[in-house]
Design a protein. Structure first.
Length: 167
């Protein structure tokens, strides 16, 4: 996979991740989205479409925090891949409880709003801020936004497809 090197390439990649999940989510019946099913991606992992969407809302929140952060350099360990994954795992339960009473339409709206906020923050950064030539290409803000977006959305897409097969 070619790494994005410009703001426009990053925006295109983020939009593509969003679109793929939206296409699959659009086929979830409103009366099924809270049904729990065991999917094979994770051993003994029970999930629902609602839980998957809430986890992506969580990831959008963390990506926005990353994009707003002003900590200089790649040593900002708060946003390292391992730390972000651990934080997502730790916060997932809290987010699940917080959004437990939201219907599918509300979750989809919240997801779309988060996606738009991620796109807006990327659009407001310059190419230099996103892809600082003095930083390793893998550690630039743009690359980290792309990595976390792709990781979260690809994982959600895979889980959603598995969930739909079981349902």
């Amino acid at each position: 996979m070619k790494l994005p090197t410009t703001k426009q390439e990053l925006l295109d990649k983020v939009r593509t991740s969003h679109r793929k999940l939206e296409e699959v989510t659009a086929t979830v019946p409103a009366d099924h989205y809270r049904r729990i099913a065991m999917i094979w991606q994770e051993q003994r992992h029970h999930t629902s479409a609602a839980m998957i969407l809430v986890d992506v809302i969580l990831w959008n929140t963390m990506i926005l925090q990353l994009a707003h952060d002003q900590t200089p350099g790649p040593s900002a360990s708060f946003f390292s891949a391992d730390t972000m994954i651990k934080r997502a795992e730790g916060l997932s339960g809290m987010f699940q409880r917080r959004f437990a009473n939201r219907d599918l339409c509300e979750l989809e709206t919240m997801l779309a709003e988060g996606q738009n906020r991620v796109l807006d923050i990327v659009a407001h950064h310059s190419d230099v801020r996103l892809f600082d030539p003095t930083t390793s290409p893998m550690q630039t803000l743009g690359r980290r936004i792309q990595f976390f977006t792709a990781t979260a959305y690809d994982d959600a897409l895979s889980k959603m497809r598995q969930w739909k097969q079981v349902m």
